[in-house]
Design a protein around this ligand. Structure first.
Ligand code: ADP
Ligand code: MG
Length: 246
């Protein structure tokens, strides 16, 4: 589904991604852990081309892109690739003056050129899927943080991405709201959606992850099954990092 090869990204003179190789199979959930500043967000942002990598290759659902070869990327090419990804950020980036339903419909109408009634129908179904069928007409400010995140997930799903990327989707939430968001994500993995999730929710990682990668200084310094990472890894930095979550 997704192959990342020798991906590099610098900001100024700071090398933030230093040659990332990663393969994600269809239907797999890959969990990205690692200290703050290790490059997790930059990696996700490069996969959905919010940041343009300096070098390396991306292959996603049959589309391939190379970077750093000097050739300029055409906007259309970038857009086509980007549309295969869906992203959910730490805090929802919903339009405040649109209802939950309108937020979910937006991409269908603007990007996919659906008519309003089809978009509304699909939007309602997606809100029901994330447990918000009753909340379609609420504005973001009238929803809890967890509900807003779930609208964000519904909105990302509306575009039918090949892969869904989550960047610490629960870290801005009050503890009692974390569970409802993780539950929706768990349901998506059960349905066979392909996910990459940067998170500090170690129980979730253990339970739902097919694979866990540990990032450090812009590199993947350890990876494996949750059992391996959480119990078997001999990597001292991994042990040290995980001990903070005990
Ligand atoms: P993480 O998500 O693991 O905390 P990030 O990918 O956000 O790590 O950041 C990795 C490093 O890149 C940090 O040192 C951060 O300061 C730097 N960085 C991230 N985005 C930018 C940017 N747009 N401009 C400059 N530096 C950045
Ligand atoms: Mg981050």
């Amino acid at each position: 589904m997704l192959t990342i090869s020798q991906l590099r990204k610098s900001f100024g003179t700071t090398e933030v991604l230093r040659g990332i190789d990663l393969h994600v199979a269809k239907g797999q959930t890959t969990i990205v852990i690692g200290p703050s500043g290790s490059g997790k967000s930059t990696l996700l942002n490069c996969v959905n081309l919010l940041e343009i990598p300096d070098a390396g290759r991306l292959e996603l659902d049959g589309l391939e892109m190379g970077f750093g070869d000097g050739g300029k990327k055409r906007i259309r090419e970038l857009t086509r690739f980007r549309q295969k990804t869906g992203m959910v950020f730490q805090s929802h980036q919903l339009f405040p003056h649109r209802t939950a339903l309108e937020n979910v419909m937006e991409g269908l109408i603007v990007v996919k050129r659906w008519n309003r009634s089809d978009a509304a129908q699909r939007g309602k179904a997606l809100l029901a899927k994330v447990g918000l069928g009753e909340f379609a007409d609420r504005y973001p400010a009238q929803l809890s943080g967890g509900q807003q995140q779930r609208v964000g997930i519904a909105r990302a799903l509306a575009m039918e991405p090949a892969i869904l990327l989550f960047d610490e989707p629960t870290s801005a939430l009050d503890p009692e709201l974390v569970g409802e968001v993780l539950l929706v994500m768990k349901e998506l993995t059960r349905e066979g959606m392909t996910l990459i999730v940067a998170t500090h929710e170690m129980n979730f990682a253990r339970e739902v992850g097919d694979r866990v990668i540990f990032m450090e200084n812009g590199m993947i310094s350890d990876e494996g099954t949750p059992e391996y990472i959480f119990e078997g890894s001999r990597n001292e930095r991994v042990r040290q990092f995980l001990s903070r979550f005990d």
